[in-house]
Design a protein around this ligand. Structure first.
Ligand code: ADP
Ligand code: MG
Length: 447
């Protein structure tokens, strides 16, 4: 087991039960989640903290596996019990043999827009009409819900006005429960350990709140709409595949109130605000170069994992307490499905071939990186300040490029321009950009 090396903070899942621990050892059950605190020298043991109980103790590496990545799988559903448009009769057949509390949800045939909750109870199936009115759902006109996920969660905990508490979802054939898969892989967090605080940001799809999870400060993105949450789920999968010091780290998700995405907390907010509020007087060139280098390194790693960001921009770079810049919103950028609405693209950041032919690649990310460099060295100005969106694409094809920001070192301006080659193949790789920035930093230190 000597091959394993897990840094502090790594999330692991236990492979079997260990209920009679020796002194200093930790007791656990198969499938429990623990956090690595540190390796115990040369022994193949780790000191860990149990994620449920908070207890600390020793644990053999052989009893642990690191949590696995989630595959973006269209069969993975936040609502596996949702069967779409099937008839009442078909629903009854789905719920055989009878079992108290076995349930599914279908779309109402008779009342388009409404749903029906079908519950097996005492050898019968009872159908409850779920009235959909003004963006709320209700069975009894007393309890209202903003989406089906919340409604089901509620009736699994409380019987309320229906015949029995919901016990067991009947999945639509071929569908897998996202909740189960996330739990198995180790990405499902426990709502009871989460405390929510102030709102720190507003995203396109929901609020971002500050919070605490088992003693760690976290940021929580809440996506309330069930359809959007389902789309996000597929994209959150990208975040489970990566781990790098310059990528915002996903701690896990909670299925409550739609979807909570729990991330590490970046106390200094996004890079645009960071630069705008401090400005030239407070942020030296070396710091700008360090931010640029951080982003290039994070992107080099993403490229190595064959992940394309599509929305690289200073607003999506977050700054930690220690002034480390990290890329966020990766993978999430693809929430707008293929053939995405071109009017939603961040035109001033997007490479011409991506805008015109939907050709997104690491090289189109490099184009955006050039714009990001310009944003950094102009202390958070909006790119192409005097141009309307419509003008930008045409001018670019005629060879127009932005001027260097005031006080920008010529070598950095040359880097920007190399990112803005019309032909994607002529742009540098993120590895090359990393090397050039390192050289530039060294040069700055030497003088
Ligand atoms: P969207 O891309 O949907 O618009 P973002 O993920 O960019 O939403 O978040 C919006 C804002 O919330 C960010 O600009 C930032 O200020 C804040 N924010 C997001 N994630 C974090 C985080 N992990 N730590 C601190 N602040 C964050
Ligand atoms: Mg964003």
């Amino acid at each position: 087991m000597s091959g394993k090396h897990w840094p502090p903070g790594t999330q692991c899942v236990t492979k079997h039960d260990h209920t009679k621990p020796k002194p200093r050892e930790l007791a656990f059950r198969k499938g429990d989640m623990v956090t690595i605190i540190e390796a115990v020298e040369g022994k193949g043991w780790y000191r860990v903290r149990h994620n449920e109980t908070g207890q600390e103790g020793l644990l053999a590496a052989s009893a642990l596996r690191e949590r696995g990545a989630i595959r973006a799988d269209p069969k993975l559903s936040l609502m596996p019990w949702f069967h779409g448009k099937i008839s009442g009769l078909e629903a009854v057949q789905e719920l055989q043999p009878p079992e108290d509390g076995l349930f599914l949800v279908r779309e109402s045939v008779r009342h388009p827009g409404d749903y029906v909750l079908c519950v097996s109870f005492g050898k019968e199936v009872i159908h409850y009409r779920v009235v959909h009115e003004e963006n709320t759902l209700s069975i009894d006109s007393q309890q209202y819900f903003s989406n089906l996920i919340d409604m089901i969660e509620h009736y699994m905990n409380e019987q309320g006005a229906i015949c029995t508490k919901l016990v067991k979802p009947k999945p639509k054939s071929g569908m897998k429960s996202a909740e189960e898969e996330l739990a198995k892989a180790g990405w499902l967090l426990n709502l009871k350990h989460l405390t929510l605080g102030d709102r720190i940001g507003q995203g396109e799809f929901g609020d971002v709140l500050q919070g605490e999870y088992m003693g760690q400060r976290v940021a929580v993105k809440n996506i309330k709409c069930d359809v959007t949450a389902q789309a996000f789920l597929a994209e959150t999968a990208a975040m489970t595949k990566v781990r790098h010091k310059n990528l915002v780290c996903l701690l896990g998700v909670i299925l409550h109130n739609g979807l909570y995405i729990v991330m590490e907390f970046m106390s200094k907010g996004n890079l645009v605000n960071f630069l705008r509020t401090r400005g030239r007087a407070l942020v030296p060139t070396q710091q700008l170069l360090l931010f640029a280098l951080d982003v290039a390194q994070g992107m080099d790693y993403l490229e190595s994992k064959k992940l394309v960001h599509r929305d690289l921009a200073a607003r999506n770079i977050l700054i930690s307490e220690e002034n480390v810049a990290k890329v966020s919103d990766f993978g999430l950028a693809r929430v707008n499905p293929k053939g995405a609405d071109a009017t939603l693209l961040p035109v001033k950041w997007t490479a011409p071939e991506a805008l015109k032919h939907n050709k997104f690649s690491s090289k189109s990310d490099v184009w955006s990186y050039g714009i990001l460099l310009w944003e950094i060295f102009s202390f958070g100005r909006a790119p192409y300040p005097k141009l309307a969106l419509k003008e930008v694409t045409e001018l670019l094809e005629q060879g127009y490029r932005m001027d260097p920001p005031e006080g920008c070192p010529p070598t950095i301006y040359a880097l920007m321009k190399s990112c803005w080659e019309l032909e994607p193949g002529k742009r540098p790789s993120f590895k090359k950009l990393t090397e050039k920035l390192q050289k530039e930093l060294k040069h700055l230190r030497d003088i």
